[in-house]
Write a protein that binds this ligand. Structure first.
Ligand code: ZN
Length: 278
């Protein structure tokens, strides 16, 4: 993987999540990102259905891109049966990441109504722990992504960088770390301390950027581009860089509004927002 200097912001350091330009196939995304000089691509699994994964991996490198992450695994909570099913799927996600040459799988850890948050966290710890050996064997890292607490009902019992760091401490494996996404963590008064803690332990594996809109209409599919909302992305980027992070800056935006727009113009807006508004 390429590494970047602290404070560097360049198209080479920019990665885009395929979900951001959802209307495009994986082939279109690779071609369009590459044509703009973008350095990285984070691949959502829905774009891989029916595709030959090693061919996709070659297509990515031939285009001069790097696969930054496979998104996503996780959902470790629930009944024993549900957890077994998700365990199998998480092993597959690790295999898929290895096949396309992505060094990490991003984990949305899950939460189940009726199971307390502490019990969900225990299930998450067990679930990740069960896949560590396979991840190590495949050379793939596992990145716990804390989600905003508004998703603590069904998406993730891991709501803060502190909770993610605590989980990493418990699991204690060099392949288990954290993906920090500004959308989920910007509000946290302990953010700087916990980002530093994560960096000091060499566990900060990913950094996702977007914005939190004041006129958000949908808690899932109305994220903003950087500059469209209230997050001071630049200051979080500084915290992350100061914690020793030298990886890609990944734009990840779910937005019905932007998906309805011309995707070529949208990609230009993404680049402009990245270079000039954060
Ligand atoms: Zn994210």
């Amino acid at each position: 993987m390429r590494t970047f200097d602290s404070g560097e912001k360049s198209l080479k350091r920019l990665a885009v999540h395929t979900i951001t330009t959802k209307p495009w196939s994986i082939h279109e995304a690779i071609q369009k990102y590459s044509a703009k000089g973008i350095g990285g691509i984070s691949v959502w699994r829905d774009t891989l259905e029916g595709e030959n994964l090693s061919v996709i991996g070659r297509e990515i490198t031939d285009a001069g891109l790097e696969a930054v992450a496979l998104v996503r695994g996780g959902f470790y909570t629930g009944t024993k049966e549900e957890r077994e099913k998700s365990h199998e799927d998480n092993l597959r996600a690790i295999d898929e990441a290895a096949s396309i040459g992505a060094p990490q799988v991003v984990l949305v850890c899950g939460s189940t109504p009726g199971i307390s948050i502490p019990d969900c966290l225990k299930q998450i710890e067990d679930g990740i722990g069960r896949t560590v050996e396979h991840a190590e064997a495949c050379g793939v890292k596992l990145s716990i992504e804390p989600l905003h607490p508004m998703y603590a009902d069904i998406r993730s019992a891991v709501s803060t960088m502190k909770a993610a760091n605590d989980l990493c401490d418990e699991i204690n494996s060099p392949v288990v770390g954290v993906a920090a996404d500004v959308y989920h963590i910007w509000w946290d008064p302990e953010l700087e301390k916990e980002i530093k803690r994560c960096g000091d332990a060499d566990r900060l594996f990913g950094y996702h950027i977007c914005d939190w809109k004041l006129d958000m209409e949908d808690m899932l599919q109305d994220r903003g581009l950087m500059g469209e909302g209230v997050i001071d992305v630049a200051s979080i980027t500084r915290m992350v860089d100061q914690a020793g992070f030298n990886g890609y800056q990944e734009v990840e935006v779910f937005s019905k509004k932007w998906w309805a727009a011309d995707q070529d113009l949208y990609l230009e807006a993404i680049i402009d927002a990245y270079l000039n508004k954060c």
